[in-house]
Design a protein around this ligand. Structure first.
Ligand SMILES: NC(=O)c1ccc[n+]([C@@H]2O[C@H](COP(=O)([O-])OP(=O)(O)OC[C@H]3O[C@@H](n4cnc5c(N)ncnc54)[C@H](OP(=O)(O)O)[C@@H]3O)[C@@H](O)[C@H]2O)c1
Length: 177
């Protein structure tokens, strides 16, 4: 992709288990209230890019206060309150004027967006993926990414699950297009 067509930064935001698990049968593995609040605070006012499967998993349709872009190969797909892009590249081109768009999943779309990502905002859940997990975050290549921030360990009161918020930045400032 021509860098001039790209947003200044591209952030992948995800909640991952200790072995990279993201989802099972179209659903999230864990619902951590403070994680949902952080997701809302970070993404509010920005463009969010998601795969068609993730969009369909959202109970109330497009997320308010954000420009929703759904990636799908289905040329006939139309969604009230969201735009449809035919590829991650088309979605990023459409989002280029947002200085900080977010890719919000799922597994296929994270993998397609990884080469363009400049930042990762992850909620690391200190549990292995439950049986049935079928969707995983792509590998984070240590030669490409550096950990720039980490919260202390936190506990979700409802589930008792331990987790932390971590941020990674790409080591070379420009992503490989
Ligand atoms: N833990 C987290 O933070 C998190 C976040 C988001 C989602 N999730 C979970 O992840 C799972 C869904 O992930 P998923 O990998 O199955 O699906 P997904 O990435 O959400 O969406 C897949 C769909 O995106 C479209 N797509 C994928 N690659 C494309 C490409 N190169 N060009 C054009 N369109 C493309 C296709 O739509 P069409 O079939 O319409 O062509 C494909 O079926 C669910 O379990 C969800 O709960 C977890």
């Amino acid at each position: 992709m021509n860098p001039a067509d790209m947003p200044a930064s591209v952030t992948l935001i995800a909640a991952v288990t200790s072995d990279g698990g993201l989802g099972a049968s179209g659903r999230l593995l864990y619902r951590i209230s403070d994680d949902m609040k952080r997701f809302k605070a970070l993404t509010m006012g920005h463009t969010i890019i998601m795969g068609r499967t993730t969009f369909e998993s959202m109970p109330s349709g497009p997320l308010p206060g954000r420009r929703n872009i759904v990636v799908s190969r289905d040329k006939s797909l139309r969604i009230d309150g969201a735009e449809v892009a035919a590829s991650i590249e088309d979605a990023l081109r459409a989002a280029r004027l947002d200085p900080a768009p977010f890719v919000i999943g799922g597994g296929q779309i994270y993998a397609a967006a990884m080469p363009y990502a400049t930042r990762l905002e992850l909620t690391e859940i200190d549990s292995a993926s439950p049986i049935g997990t079928d969707t995983y975050f792509p590998e984070i290549d240590g030669s490409q990414w550096q950990l720039t921030d980490s919260s202390p360990d936190l506990i979700d009161e409802k589930s008792g699950v331990k987790y932390r918020f971590v941020s990674y930045s790409r080591k070379n400032s420009l992503p490989l297009h």
